[in-house]
Design a protein around this ligand. Structure first.
Ligand code: SAM
Length: 280
């Protein structure tokens, strides 16, 4: 049982909670939840279960997409004198969950904002996928309508980073097919039920994964991780000629060849010979 010892200083506390395994609640998160004057929760029933797990009871109020605009001003006013904790149903608040406007307005009102970091499905999935993690783009949920989804995927196609998507079982096959179509057949991972009993990470190309899940999506919560695009196609002879022709209008042959070689990643000497040829 966590017993409140001294009050927290007033302000907003962003508290990450487990994404499945209650053992992942950090001692600091439990401490802040037990000492907060009030907890703003996406679903108070879900958070009540978490509070029971740590043996505490705190006043709670709902803060979710449908009431946030009405509830926010009252919460901001309370932060001047009270410690308000924000939690979502699972994981890190603000990450595909409500909260960024609360943080923005709390700062604007001069209140302290403290984060208690912890589980986040996107980061956990990256640790399971075995794909590059030096650059990644978190894309959240793709639109469910096919046209809007394809448009968003097309926007992401040129991004030179690993892509991370949140998904649900019933939409998984269509999502994988759309990703294969829009991004090319890249390596990917479907990670599921992370930190829970049936945790799994299935890897393969997007088309192989789409075929695997074509019969119907698996149960549970899902994160799809997609590898970055491969090395760009080398420039064609036509591209090189066009670039050289343009450079020759400004530069002598040797400098034009050097500039185009650097820009297109081609051989400088071959370009120089071609430049002399083009000059006639
Ligand atoms: N704020 C949360 C976080 O930090 O990850 C995400 C909330 S978002 C509304 C819920 C989505 O997160 C799910 O649809 C799923 O894509 C992903 N997710 C949450 N828990 C997960 C888990 N245990 N395993 C896999 N994906 C999970």
């Amino acid at each position: 049982m966590t017993t409140p010892v001294e009050p927290l200083s007033p302000g907003l506390y962003i508290v990450a909670t487990p994404i499945g395994n209650l053992g992942d609640l950090s001692p600091r998160a439990a401490d802040v939840l037990a000492r907060a004057d009030a907890i703003a929760a996406e679903d108070t029933r879900v958070t009540a279960t978490l509070l029971r797990h740590i043996g505490t009871k705190r006043p709670m109020l709902a803060y979710h997409d449908h009431n946030a605009d009405q509830v926010r001003p009252g919460l901001i006013a309370r932060m001047g004198a009270e410690a308000i904790a924000l939690v979502s149903d699972a994981g890190t608040p603000l990450i595909s969950d409500p909260g960024f406007k609360l943080v923005r307005d709390a700062r604007a009102a001069g209140h302290a904002v403290t984060t208690i970091p912890g589980p986040c499905a996107a980061v956990a999935a990256l640790t399971l996928a075995g794909l590059p993690t030096d650059r990644f783009l978190f894309a959240g949920f793709l639109p469910s309508k096919a046209g809007a989804r394809a448009a968003e995927i097309a926007e992401l196609a040129g991004v030179r980073a690993t892509l991370v998507f949140y998904e649900s079982g019933p939409r998984l096959a269509a999502c994988l097919l759309a990703l294969a179509e829009g991004l090319g057949d890249r390596e990917a991972a479907v990670t599921r039920e992370i930190t829970k009993k049936f945790e799994e990470a299935v890897t393969g190309t997007l088309s192989a994964l789409a075929a695997r899940y074509a019969e119907g999506g698996p149960k549970g919560e899902i994160v799809v991780v997609v590898a970055p695009p491969g090395a760009p196609e080398p420039a064609s002879a036509d591209d090189a000629d066009a670039a050289l022709a343009e450079a020759l209008t400004r530069l002598p042959a040797s400098k034009a060849a050097a500039e185009v070689a650097k820009r297109l990643g081609l051989d400088r000497r071959a370009l120089y010979a071609r430049a002399l040829e083009m000059k006639g």
